[in-house]
Every structure is written in C-alpha cells, then in structure tokens.
Design a protein around this ligand. Structure first.
Ligand code: SF4
Length: 276
C-alpha cells in the first residue's frame, strides 16, 4: 500500500429524523487518531451548519462574528486527541507568536492554579460520589462560571479573534448563539440561546483514541493542553482511517457499522468506499 493512499466513503446518518449523507476521504493506511481530526472537524462543521440552518429558518440570526471573543474566556473542554493536536499547532506557529502563545498558556495555568481552580474541579468526582450527580453538576457549573469571571482569555485569542480558526477545538465550533452578543460578557442559562446541535461530535471525540492515561483528570480545559502533552508524551495506537471512522460513528450513533456496510446502503449508518 502506498503511504499516501486514501479511501473515499459515503456515510448516511439520521439527525433528528433527517437523513444526512456525507462523503469522506480518509487515510487508507494506519494513522494515529489525531491525524483524523480534520475529518472529525469537518463533520462537526456539517452538524453545526445544520443547526444554523434550522435556527435561521425559524427567523433567528447568529450573533457570533469575527472580533467578538467574549465566549473565549470559558474553560473550553478538549479531548485527548485535541490535547496533542493543539500542542502540534503551537509548535508550528512562527516566532515570535509561538513564544507568546506558550507564555499565555503558562500564565493562564499559573492563574488558575493560584486560585486552586483545578484542585476544586478534581474534587467534583468525590462530590458526585457523596452527594449525587445533580450536586456535582451544580458545583461544576459554579466553577465554570467562576473561570469565566476571572476574565482570562484563551491563549489563542488575539484582538478578540481566534488565531487558530481552522484548528480550533470541536467544542468551540459547536458554540454559537442567537442571543444578543452583549449577553455573552455575563452569560447565564437564561440570557444565552445556544444553537442546538442535533448530534455533538465533541462528546464522541473524548472517547475516540482515548488511551486512558489522562482518565484521572476530571476535566481537560484547553489551557492544560501544552502541559499535558509534555508530561504524557503521545502514545496513541494506529488504525486505518476506515477503522477510526467506524469507531467514531459507532460511538456517535450508538450503533455498530458492520464491516459489510459498503454493500448496505440502508440503515442508521453505512459506508461505501472507494480507494484512490
Ligand atoms: S480556540 Fe479560538 S475559538 Fe476556541 S476559545 Fe480559543 S480563541 Fe476562542
């Protein structure tokens, strides 16, 4: 097999009863899961576009636009594969931006360590065990609000715009609002109308390729990415692009994609591949 051989396949899934067909080209050879991120990101964009079309056809408009980075002060949750991808993105930045971004990561980590934010997040699991999931979620929500109120911008935010737009985490892609932009500076459940996404790849991504080595960490906010990538050098397994996609869709739709799916056009999901 050629090193750069690719395979193209069709997948059809059902979102809120609406069939969605996608054509995807993936590596035919075995790759690490973070090499699949551009494909997962593309899928995320497709699902978000569907959500946007739905709210727009209901007469609402998206408030988010370049130059508004109010939401980029939240603890953005990332998956294990995004931890390593973001570390690579930072390494690929030209100087002096690379040094500046790395310093911003260090400053953000130092700030939230100084108020023991990570320690308190880590205790949420014990709260869940002792006082139940509802209380755990309530306390986690308070900690998320506290993080936001600290006003520490994402290390990638420059002039209130995302400087890694094409590489931004899937959770960032899924966060769009129709409520007035000014509400985003002090967000509450009552004042923020998020665009509903019928199917959320960000949750699936937390499991795809997961090695379990970061499993003891209660939450992976973006600002921990560089530190974790350094502390735990990447040890992902390799699989073919087709196998990663099968894993992804199995987790996303909670239904198996059979090996014989290429011959089966019908069903919740299926693939139809060709090599090139
Ligand atoms: S990665 Fe980009 S979009 Fe996401 S929080 Fe950071 S600046 Fe905002």
């Amino acid at each position: 097999m050629q090193e750069n051989e690719w395979v193209t396949g069709n997948v059809t899934i059902s979102i809120n009863g609406q069939p969605l067909s996608m054509t995807m080209t993936v590596p035919a050879n075995r790759v690490k899961p973070h090499r699949m991120l551009p494909i997962f990101q593309q899928m995320s964009n497709t699902f978000v576009d569907m959500g946007v079309s739905e709210v727009e056809s209901a007469g609402k408009a998206i408030s988010c636009k370049a130059g508004c980075g109010a939401c980029c002060r939240q603890p953005v949750p990332v998956s294990e594969i995004e931890v390593y991808h973001l570390a690579e993105v930072v390494e690929s930045l030209p100087e002096p931006r690379r040094t500046e971004v790395k310093q911003r990561f260090r400053d953000a980590m130092e700030h939230f360590r100084s108020i023991d934010w990570f320690g308190r997040v880590q205790q949420i699991r014990e709260v869940v065990e002792e006082d139940g999931k509802e209380e755990g979620m309530r306390q986690l929500s308070e900690l998320t609000t506290e993080y936001f109120r600290e006003g520490v911008a994402c290390p990638f935010l420059f002039e209130e715009s995302c400087s890694i737009h094409k590489d931004r985490p899937v959770a960032c892609r899924e966060y769009l609002v129709t409520s007035p932009a000014e509400n985003c500076s002090s967000p509450t459940a009552e004042t923020i109308d998020r665009v509903p996404i019928g199917i959320s790849p960000s949750k699936t991504l937390t499991n795809v390729g997961n090695t379990g080595r970061l499993a003891n960490i209660a939450l992976l906010p973006l600002i921990r990415s560089l530190e974790l990538a350094e502390q735990f050098p990447e040890k992902f397994v390799e699989k073919t692009g087709e196998k990663w996609m099968a894993d992804f869709f199995t987790m996303l739709t909670h239904s198996e994609i059979p090996d014989s799916a290429r011959k089966k056009p019908a069903g919740t999901s299926g693939t139809n591949g060709r090599r090139h």
